[in-house]
Design a protein around this ligand. Structure first.
Ligand code: ACO
Length: 422
Protein backbone atom coordinates (compact mmCIF):
# COMPACT_ATOMS: atom_id res chain seq x y z
CA UNK A 1 0.00 0.00 0.00
CA UNK A 2 1.26 3.49 -0.84
CA UNK A 3 2.05 5.65 2.16
CA UNK A 4 2.82 9.24 2.98
CA UNK A 5 5.51 10.13 5.51
CA UNK A 6 5.24 13.03 7.89
CA UNK A 7 8.40 14.31 9.55
CA UNK A 8 8.18 16.41 12.71
CA UNK A 9 10.62 19.28 12.12
CA UNK A 10 11.11 19.73 15.87
CA UNK A 11 12.63 16.32 16.60
CA UNK A 12 13.12 14.59 13.21
CA UNK A 13 10.67 11.79 14.09
CA UNK A 14 8.84 10.29 11.08
CA UNK A 15 5.35 8.82 10.89
CA UNK A 16 3.79 6.85 8.05
CA UNK A 17 0.17 6.97 6.93
CA UNK A 18 -1.59 4.83 4.32
CA UNK A 19 -2.92 6.41 1.15
CA UNK A 20 -6.38 5.11 0.24
CA UNK A 21 -7.52 5.32 -3.36
CA UNK A 22 -11.09 6.15 -4.37
CA UNK A 23 -12.74 4.85 -7.58
CA UNK A 24 -12.24 8.39 -8.96
CA UNK A 25 -11.09 11.68 -7.42
CA UNK A 26 -8.30 12.65 -5.04
CA UNK A 27 -6.57 9.99 -2.93
CA UNK A 28 -7.08 10.28 0.81
CA UNK A 29 -4.53 9.95 3.59
CA UNK A 30 -5.77 7.65 6.33
CA UNK A 31 -5.06 9.65 9.50
CA UNK A 32 -7.21 7.60 11.87
CA UNK A 33 -4.13 6.67 13.89
CA UNK A 34 -2.68 10.20 13.70
CA UNK A 35 -3.26 11.15 17.34
CA UNK A 36 -2.25 7.72 18.59
CA UNK A 37 1.02 7.86 16.62
CA UNK A 38 1.97 11.52 16.96
CA UNK A 39 0.12 12.84 20.02
CA UNK A 40 -1.13 15.69 17.79
CA UNK A 41 -4.46 16.56 16.19
CA UNK A 42 -4.94 17.74 12.62
CA UNK A 43 -6.50 21.20 12.21
CA UNK A 44 -9.05 21.82 9.44
CA UNK A 45 -11.81 24.33 10.27
CA UNK A 46 -14.71 23.95 7.83
CA UNK A 47 -13.29 20.54 6.75
CA UNK A 48 -11.85 21.94 3.53
CA UNK A 49 -9.35 19.04 3.25
CA UNK A 50 -11.07 16.32 5.21
CA UNK A 51 -12.99 13.30 3.90
CA UNK A 52 -15.34 12.35 6.74
CA UNK A 53 -16.48 9.03 5.27
CA UNK A 54 -16.35 6.70 2.27
CA UNK A 55 -19.43 6.93 0.07
CA UNK A 56 -20.59 5.47 -3.24
CA UNK A 57 -23.57 7.79 -3.75
CA UNK A 58 -22.35 11.04 -5.32
CA UNK A 59 -19.20 12.17 -7.07
CA UNK A 60 -18.25 15.82 -7.52
CA UNK A 61 -15.26 17.21 -9.41
CA UNK A 62 -15.33 20.86 -8.38
CA UNK A 63 -12.61 21.93 -10.83
CA UNK A 64 -14.37 20.38 -13.83
CA UNK A 65 -17.90 21.27 -12.67
CA UNK A 66 -18.88 17.60 -12.68
CA UNK A 67 -21.68 16.06 -10.59
CA UNK A 68 -22.76 12.42 -10.76
CA UNK A 69 -25.34 10.45 -8.77
CA UNK A 70 -24.36 6.76 -8.60
CA UNK A 71 -22.16 7.32 -11.65
CA UNK A 72 -24.80 9.05 -13.81
CA UNK A 73 -24.15 12.58 -15.05
CA UNK A 74 -26.52 15.14 -13.51
CA UNK A 75 -27.40 16.61 -16.90
CA UNK A 76 -28.56 13.23 -18.22
CA UNK A 77 -30.67 12.62 -15.14
CA UNK A 78 -32.15 16.14 -15.12
CA UNK A 79 -33.01 16.15 -18.82
CA UNK A 80 -33.80 12.51 -19.58
CA UNK A 81 -35.23 11.04 -16.37
CA UNK A 82 -37.70 12.12 -13.70
CA UNK A 83 -37.13 13.09 -10.07
CA UNK A 84 -38.76 9.83 -8.92
CA UNK A 85 -36.34 7.88 -11.16
CA UNK A 86 -33.54 9.73 -9.38
CA UNK A 87 -35.00 8.98 -5.95
CA UNK A 88 -35.17 5.29 -6.83
CA UNK A 89 -31.62 5.43 -8.19
CA UNK A 90 -30.29 7.01 -5.01
CA UNK A 91 -32.24 4.84 -2.59
CA UNK A 92 -31.92 1.45 -4.27
CA UNK A 93 -28.72 1.97 -6.28
CA UNK A 94 -30.06 1.53 -9.83
CA UNK A 95 -32.43 3.30 -12.20
CA UNK A 96 -35.86 1.68 -12.00
CA UNK A 97 -37.48 -0.33 -14.78
CA UNK A 98 -40.91 0.91 -15.90
CA UNK A 99 -42.61 -1.61 -13.57
CA UNK A 100 -40.38 -0.69 -10.63
CA UNK A 101 -41.04 3.00 -11.18
CA UNK A 102 -44.80 2.47 -11.28
CA UNK A 103 -44.66 0.56 -8.00
CA UNK A 104 -42.38 3.17 -6.41
CA UNK A 105 -44.61 6.02 -7.58
CA UNK A 106 -47.72 4.32 -6.21
CA UNK A 107 -46.07 3.63 -2.86
CA UNK A 108 -44.99 7.29 -2.53
CA UNK A 109 -48.52 8.49 -3.41
CA UNK A 110 -50.10 6.15 -0.83
CA UNK A 111 -47.70 7.18 1.93
CA UNK A 112 -48.24 10.92 1.41
CA UNK A 113 -50.89 11.33 4.14
CA UNK A 114 -49.73 12.45 7.59
CA UNK A 115 -51.31 11.52 10.92
CA UNK A 116 -54.28 13.78 11.68
CA UNK A 117 -52.73 14.57 15.06
CA UNK A 118 -49.79 16.22 13.37
CA UNK A 119 -52.08 18.97 12.11
CA UNK A 120 -52.45 20.22 15.70
CA UNK A 121 -48.77 21.04 15.72
CA UNK A 122 -49.32 23.48 12.87
CA UNK A 123 -52.22 25.19 14.68
CA UNK A 124 -49.91 25.92 17.62
CA UNK A 125 -47.44 28.00 15.56
CA UNK A 126 -47.77 31.78 15.66
CA UNK A 127 -49.02 33.64 12.58
CA UNK A 128 -46.16 34.46 10.22
CA UNK A 129 -43.96 31.63 11.54
CA UNK A 130 -41.32 30.90 8.92
CA UNK A 131 -42.19 27.72 6.97
CA UNK A 132 -38.68 26.33 7.62
CA UNK A 133 -39.24 26.55 11.39
CA UNK A 134 -42.54 24.70 11.00
CA UNK A 135 -41.02 22.17 8.61
CA UNK A 136 -38.10 21.17 10.83
CA UNK A 137 -40.45 20.89 13.84
CA UNK A 138 -42.94 18.80 11.87
CA UNK A 139 -40.27 16.39 10.61
CA UNK A 140 -38.92 16.07 14.14
CA UNK A 141 -42.50 15.44 15.37
CA UNK A 142 -42.85 12.66 12.78
CA UNK A 143 -40.32 10.69 14.83
CA UNK A 144 -42.97 10.56 17.58
CA UNK A 145 -45.62 9.32 15.13
CA UNK A 146 -43.26 6.71 13.64
CA UNK A 147 -41.13 5.84 16.65
CA UNK A 148 -40.81 2.27 15.35
CA UNK A 149 -38.08 3.45 12.95
CA UNK A 150 -35.65 4.12 15.82
CA UNK A 151 -33.90 0.76 16.00
CA UNK A 152 -34.27 -0.55 12.47
CA UNK A 153 -31.60 -2.84 11.03
CA UNK A 154 -32.83 -4.47 7.82
CA UNK A 155 -32.90 -3.15 4.25
CA UNK A 156 -36.67 -3.59 4.10
CA UNK A 157 -37.10 -1.50 7.25
CA UNK A 158 -34.74 1.17 5.91
CA UNK A 159 -36.70 1.42 2.66
CA UNK A 160 -40.08 1.70 4.40
CA UNK A 161 -38.72 4.42 6.69
CA UNK A 162 -37.14 6.29 3.75
CA UNK A 163 -40.17 6.12 1.45
CA UNK A 164 -42.42 7.25 4.27
CA UNK A 165 -40.44 10.44 4.87
CA UNK A 166 -40.01 11.15 1.14
CA UNK A 167 -43.75 10.87 0.62
CA UNK A 168 -44.73 12.98 3.63
CA UNK A 169 -42.28 15.86 3.29
CA UNK A 170 -44.23 17.57 0.43
CA UNK A 171 -47.43 17.25 2.49
CA UNK A 172 -45.71 18.83 5.50
CA UNK A 173 -44.28 21.54 3.24
CA UNK A 174 -47.75 22.39 1.94
CA UNK A 175 -49.15 22.37 5.49
CA UNK A 176 -46.37 24.79 6.57
CA UNK A 177 -47.27 27.10 3.70
CA UNK A 178 -51.01 26.99 4.26
CA UNK A 179 -50.59 27.56 8.00
CA UNK A 180 -48.42 30.60 7.29
CA UNK A 181 -51.35 32.06 5.29
CA UNK A 182 -54.10 30.74 7.58
CA UNK A 183 -55.83 28.99 4.67
CA UNK A 184 -57.54 25.56 4.88
CA UNK A 185 -55.38 22.44 4.78
CA UNK A 186 -55.70 20.29 1.66
CA UNK A 187 -55.31 16.50 1.71
CA UNK A 188 -53.03 14.80 -0.83
CA UNK A 189 -54.73 13.69 -4.04
CA UNK A 190 -53.21 10.34 -4.92
CA UNK A 191 -54.65 10.50 -8.41
CA UNK A 192 -51.97 13.12 -9.08
CA UNK A 193 -48.26 12.54 -9.61
CA UNK A 194 -45.71 13.42 -6.90
CA UNK A 195 -44.99 16.92 -8.21
CA UNK A 196 -48.47 17.71 -9.42
CA UNK A 197 -49.82 16.67 -6.03
CA UNK A 198 -47.39 18.98 -4.23
CA UNK A 199 -48.41 21.98 -6.36
CA UNK A 200 -52.06 20.98 -5.89
CA UNK A 201 -51.68 20.85 -2.07
CA UNK A 202 -50.08 24.30 -2.20
CA UNK A 203 -52.63 25.97 -4.46
CA UNK A 204 -55.96 24.21 -4.17
CA UNK A 205 -59.06 25.41 -2.40
CA UNK A 206 -61.86 23.08 -1.27
CA UNK A 207 -64.50 22.64 -3.98
CA UNK A 208 -62.58 24.37 -6.73
CA UNK A 209 -60.77 22.95 -9.74
CA UNK A 210 -57.00 23.21 -9.63
CA UNK A 211 -55.15 22.95 -12.90
CA UNK A 212 -51.41 22.36 -12.80
CA UNK A 213 -49.65 22.92 -16.12
CA UNK A 214 -47.24 20.33 -17.53
CA UNK A 215 -44.58 23.01 -17.96
CA UNK A 216 -44.77 23.72 -14.22
CA UNK A 217 -44.37 20.03 -13.40
CA UNK A 218 -41.37 19.78 -15.73
CA UNK A 219 -39.69 22.82 -14.14
CA UNK A 220 -40.15 21.59 -10.58
CA UNK A 221 -39.12 18.05 -11.52
CA UNK A 222 -35.80 19.39 -12.83
CA UNK A 223 -35.30 21.58 -9.75
CA UNK A 224 -35.90 18.62 -7.42
CA UNK A 225 -33.53 16.37 -9.41
CA UNK A 226 -30.76 18.98 -9.31
CA UNK A 227 -31.16 19.34 -5.54
CA UNK A 228 -31.49 15.62 -4.76
CA UNK A 229 -27.94 14.87 -3.55
CA UNK A 230 -24.65 16.66 -3.05
CA UNK A 231 -22.32 14.42 -0.99
CA UNK A 232 -20.97 15.75 2.33
CA UNK A 233 -22.32 19.34 2.32
CA UNK A 234 -23.23 21.11 5.58
CA UNK A 235 -26.77 19.72 5.92
CA UNK A 236 -25.84 16.17 4.89
CA UNK A 237 -22.90 16.18 7.30
CA UNK A 238 -25.34 17.32 9.97
CA UNK A 239 -27.68 14.43 9.16
CA UNK A 240 -24.75 12.01 9.33
CA UNK A 241 -23.50 13.59 12.57
CA UNK A 242 -26.88 13.13 14.26
CA UNK A 243 -27.30 9.66 12.76
CA UNK A 244 -23.92 8.64 14.14
CA UNK A 245 -25.28 9.02 17.69
CA UNK A 246 -28.06 6.51 17.02
CA UNK A 247 -30.85 9.11 17.02
CA UNK A 248 -34.14 8.59 15.18
CA UNK A 249 -33.71 9.02 11.38
CA UNK A 250 -36.38 11.74 11.24
CA UNK A 251 -34.60 13.62 14.05
CA UNK A 252 -31.47 13.53 11.89
CA UNK A 253 -33.50 14.81 8.91
CA UNK A 254 -34.91 17.62 11.03
CA UNK A 255 -31.37 18.64 12.02
CA UNK A 256 -30.42 18.61 8.33
CA UNK A 257 -33.35 20.91 7.54
CA UNK A 258 -32.14 23.38 10.16
CA UNK A 259 -28.60 23.27 8.79
CA UNK A 260 -29.94 23.92 5.30
CA UNK A 261 -31.86 26.99 6.43
CA UNK A 262 -28.78 29.24 6.72
CA UNK A 263 -28.02 31.84 4.04
CA UNK A 264 -24.61 30.33 3.32
CA UNK A 265 -26.36 27.06 2.36
CA UNK A 266 -29.92 26.42 1.13
CA UNK A 267 -31.27 29.68 2.53
CA UNK A 268 -29.40 31.45 -0.27
CA UNK A 269 -32.24 30.89 -2.76
CA UNK A 270 -34.59 33.04 -0.67
CA UNK A 271 -31.86 35.67 -0.23
CA UNK A 272 -31.11 35.79 -3.98
CA UNK A 273 -34.61 36.94 -4.90
CA UNK A 274 -34.74 39.32 -1.92
CA UNK A 275 -31.45 40.78 -3.16
CA UNK A 276 -32.58 41.02 -6.80
CA UNK A 277 -35.73 42.82 -5.61
CA UNK A 278 -33.63 45.14 -3.44
CA UNK A 279 -31.30 45.97 -6.35
CA UNK A 280 -34.44 46.51 -8.40
CA UNK A 281 -33.02 47.82 -11.68
CA UNK A 282 -30.13 47.19 -14.04
CA UNK A 283 -28.58 50.62 -13.44
CA UNK A 284 -28.07 49.82 -9.72
CA UNK A 285 -26.09 46.62 -10.35
CA UNK A 286 -22.65 48.30 -10.38
CA UNK A 287 -23.30 49.88 -6.99
CA UNK A 288 -24.04 46.46 -5.42
CA UNK A 289 -21.12 44.75 -7.15
CA UNK A 290 -18.92 47.43 -5.55
CA UNK A 291 -20.41 46.66 -2.15
CA UNK A 292 -19.80 42.91 -2.65
CA UNK A 293 -16.13 43.60 -3.41
CA UNK A 294 -15.60 45.91 -0.42
CA UNK A 295 -13.67 44.03 2.30
CA UNK A 296 -15.16 46.38 4.92
CA UNK A 297 -18.73 45.63 3.88
CA UNK A 298 -20.18 42.25 4.79
CA UNK A 299 -22.58 42.40 1.81
CA UNK A 300 -22.20 39.28 -0.37
CA UNK A 301 -23.65 38.58 -3.74
CA UNK A 302 -26.17 35.88 -2.94
CA UNK A 303 -26.10 32.93 -5.32
CA UNK A 304 -22.39 33.39 -6.07
CA UNK A 305 -19.54 31.20 -4.90
CA UNK A 306 -19.35 27.60 -3.78
CA UNK A 307 -17.07 25.66 -1.47
CA UNK A 308 -16.51 22.90 -4.00
CA UNK A 309 -17.29 24.29 -7.50
CA UNK A 310 -14.40 26.51 -8.56
CA UNK A 311 -15.15 26.69 -12.28
CA UNK A 312 -18.90 26.44 -12.65
CA UNK A 313 -21.80 24.80 -10.86
CA UNK A 314 -23.23 22.24 -13.34
CA UNK A 315 -26.64 22.53 -11.67
CA UNK A 316 -26.65 26.29 -12.29
CA UNK A 317 -25.86 25.71 -15.99
CA UNK A 318 -28.83 23.35 -16.37
CA UNK A 319 -31.16 25.74 -14.53
CA UNK A 320 -30.00 28.68 -16.60
CA UNK A 321 -30.84 26.73 -19.77
CA UNK A 322 -34.22 25.75 -18.32
CA UNK A 323 -34.88 29.38 -17.47
CA UNK A 324 -34.22 30.38 -21.07
CA UNK A 325 -36.39 27.56 -22.42
CA UNK A 326 -39.35 28.15 -20.13
CA UNK A 327 -39.26 31.88 -19.50
CA UNK A 328 -42.13 32.62 -21.88
CA UNK A 329 -44.28 29.61 -20.95
CA UNK A 330 -43.81 30.20 -17.24
CA UNK A 331 -44.03 33.98 -17.42
CA UNK A 332 -40.71 34.64 -15.62
CA UNK A 333 -40.51 38.14 -14.15
CA UNK A 334 -38.58 39.93 -16.88
CA UNK A 335 -37.37 42.85 -14.73
CA UNK A 336 -35.74 40.54 -12.16
CA UNK A 337 -34.36 38.42 -14.98
CA UNK A 338 -32.71 41.48 -16.53
CA UNK A 339 -31.13 42.42 -13.19
CA UNK A 340 -29.92 38.83 -12.71
CA UNK A 341 -28.43 38.73 -16.22
CA UNK A 342 -26.62 42.02 -15.64
CA UNK A 343 -25.18 40.83 -12.29
CA UNK A 344 -24.00 37.64 -13.93
CA UNK A 345 -22.43 39.52 -16.84
CA UNK A 346 -20.61 42.03 -14.62
CA UNK A 347 -19.47 39.48 -12.03
CA UNK A 348 -18.16 37.01 -14.61
CA UNK A 349 -15.87 39.63 -16.12
CA UNK A 350 -14.77 41.28 -12.88
CA UNK A 351 -11.25 40.51 -11.52
CA UNK A 352 -12.52 40.18 -7.92
CA UNK A 353 -14.89 37.33 -8.85
CA UNK A 354 -12.52 35.73 -11.37
CA UNK A 355 -9.61 35.65 -8.90
CA UNK A 356 -11.75 34.09 -6.17
CA UNK A 357 -13.43 31.68 -8.61
CA UNK A 358 -16.90 32.95 -7.74
CA UNK A 359 -19.52 31.73 -10.20
CA UNK A 360 -23.32 31.66 -10.07
CA UNK A 361 -24.48 28.65 -8.05
CA UNK A 362 -27.75 26.71 -8.27
CA UNK A 363 -29.52 29.19 -6.00
CA UNK A 364 -28.87 32.10 -8.34
CA UNK A 365 -31.36 30.80 -10.92
CA UNK A 366 -33.79 28.62 -8.98
CA UNK A 367 -35.63 31.56 -7.35
CA UNK A 368 -36.61 33.08 -10.69
CA UNK A 369 -38.24 29.81 -11.75
CA UNK A 370 -39.88 29.27 -8.36
CA UNK A 371 -41.33 32.80 -8.42
CA UNK A 372 -42.91 32.01 -11.78
CA UNK A 373 -44.39 28.85 -10.23
CA UNK A 374 -46.13 31.21 -7.76
CA UNK A 375 -44.10 29.82 -4.89
CA UNK A 376 -43.42 32.58 -2.37
CA UNK A 377 -39.84 33.43 -1.31
CA UNK A 378 -40.33 32.07 2.22
CA UNK A 379 -40.99 28.63 0.64
CA UNK A 380 -37.87 28.49 -1.52
CA UNK A 381 -35.71 26.69 1.02
CA UNK A 382 -38.60 24.28 1.63
CA UNK A 383 -38.40 23.37 -2.06
CA UNK A 384 -34.73 22.58 -1.49
CA UNK A 385 -35.75 20.42 1.50
CA UNK A 386 -38.19 18.40 -0.62
CA UNK A 387 -35.57 17.78 -3.32
CA UNK A 388 -32.73 16.99 -0.88
CA UNK A 389 -34.72 14.72 1.48
CA UNK A 390 -33.85 11.70 -0.67
CA UNK A 391 -30.13 12.52 -0.48
CA UNK A 392 -30.22 12.88 3.29
CA UNK A 393 -32.05 9.64 3.86
CA UNK A 394 -29.86 7.74 1.38
CA UNK A 395 -26.78 8.98 3.26
CA UNK A 396 -28.43 7.94 6.55
CA UNK A 397 -28.87 4.40 5.20
CA UNK A 398 -25.31 4.30 3.88
CA UNK A 399 -23.96 5.34 7.27
CA UNK A 400 -25.89 2.50 8.91
CA UNK A 401 -24.19 -0.01 6.58
CA UNK A 402 -20.73 1.47 7.14
CA UNK A 403 -18.63 -0.84 9.32
CA UNK A 404 -16.08 1.95 9.89
CA UNK A 405 -18.74 4.38 11.13
CA UNK A 406 -18.04 6.02 14.49
CA UNK A 407 -19.83 8.71 16.43
CA UNK A 408 -18.90 12.05 14.82
CA UNK A 409 -16.72 13.66 17.45
CA UNK A 410 -14.04 16.09 16.21
CA UNK A 411 -11.34 17.41 18.52
CA UNK A 412 -10.15 21.01 18.88
CA UNK A 413 -7.14 23.26 19.35
CA UNK A 414 -7.77 24.71 22.83
CA UNK A 415 -6.76 28.38 23.13
CA UNK A 416 -8.37 29.33 26.46
CA UNK A 417 -6.89 29.95 29.90
CA UNK A 418 -5.00 27.19 31.72
CA UNK A 419 -5.01 26.36 35.44
CA UNK A 420 -6.97 29.33 36.74
CA UNK A 421 -7.31 29.26 40.53
CA UNK A 422 -10.40 30.36 42.49
N1 ACO B 1 -19.91 37.70 -2.82
C1 ACO B 1 -18.77 38.40 -2.61
N2 ACO B 1 -17.62 37.84 -2.18
C2 ACO B 1 -17.61 36.53 -1.92
C3 ACO B 1 -18.77 35.74 -2.12
C4 ACO B 1 -19.94 36.36 -2.58
N3 ACO B 1 -21.06 35.65 -2.79
N4 ACO B 1 -18.49 34.43 -1.78
C5 ACO B 1 -17.21 34.43 -1.38
N5 ACO B 1 -16.68 35.68 -1.47
C6 ACO B 1 -15.28 36.06 -1.20
C7 ACO B 1 -15.01 36.08 0.30
O1 ACO B 1 -15.23 37.37 0.84
C8 ACO B 1 -13.56 35.68 0.33
O2 ACO B 1 -12.80 36.82 -0.08
P1 ACO B 1 -11.34 37.09 0.57
O3 ACO B 1 -10.49 35.93 0.11
O4 ACO B 1 -10.93 38.40 0.00
O5 ACO B 1 -11.53 37.11 2.05
C9 ACO B 1 -13.43 34.65 -0.79
O6 ACO B 1 -14.46 35.01 -1.72
C10 ACO B 1 -13.62 33.20 -0.34
O7 ACO B 1 -14.86 33.09 0.37
P2 ACO B 1 -15.13 32.05 1.53
O8 ACO B 1 -16.30 32.51 2.33
O9 ACO B 1 -13.85 31.78 2.26
O10 ACO B 1 -15.49 30.75 0.69
P3 ACO B 1 -16.22 29.46 1.23
O11 ACO B 1 -15.87 28.36 0.29
O12 ACO B 1 -15.94 29.23 2.67
O13 ACO B 1 -17.78 29.82 1.12
C11 ACO B 1 -19.95 30.17 0.23
C12 ACO B 1 -18.62 29.41 0.09
C13 ACO B 1 -20.46 30.05 1.68
C14 ACO B 1 -20.98 29.52 -0.67
C15 ACO B 1 -19.73 31.67 -0.15
O14 ACO B 1 -19.27 31.76 -1.47
C16 ACO B 1 -21.00 32.51 0.02
O15 ACO B 1 -21.27 33.00 1.14
N6 ACO B 1 -21.81 32.69 -1.07
C17 ACO B 1 -23.05 33.44 -0.98
C18 ACO B 1 -24.14 32.55 -0.38
C19 ACO B 1 -24.59 31.48 -1.33
O16 ACO B 1 -24.84 31.72 -2.51
N7 ACO B 1 -24.73 30.25 -0.79
C20 ACO B 1 -25.22 29.11 -1.56
C21 ACO B 1 -24.16 28.07 -1.75
S1 ACO B 1 -24.75 26.78 -2.80
C22 ACO B 1 -25.66 25.79 -1.80
O17 ACO B 1 -25.51 25.69 -0.61
C23 ACO B 1 -26.70 25.03 -2.46
Amino acid sequence: MATVTLTDGRNGKSYEFDILSPSVGPDVVDIRSFYQQTGMFTYDPGFTSTASCSSDITYINGEKGELRYRGYNIKDLATKRSYLDTCNLLLVGHLPSRTELTAFDLEIRKRSFVHEGLKNLFYSFPDNAHPMAMMSSAVSALSAFHYEHLNITTDTQYQVMARRILAKIPTLAALSYRRSLGIPFIYPDIERSFIENFLYMMRAYPSADTVIKDVEIKALDTIFTLHAEHEQNASTSTVRGVASTGAHPYAAMSAGINALWGRAHGGANESVIAQLEMIGSVDKVDEFIKKAKDANDDFRLMGFGHRVYKNFDPRAKILKQLLDELKDDLGINSELLEVAKKIEEVALTDEYFIERKLYPNIDFYSGLILTALKIPKSLFTIIFVIGRSVGWITQWIELKHDKEMKIARPRQRYTGPVNKKL
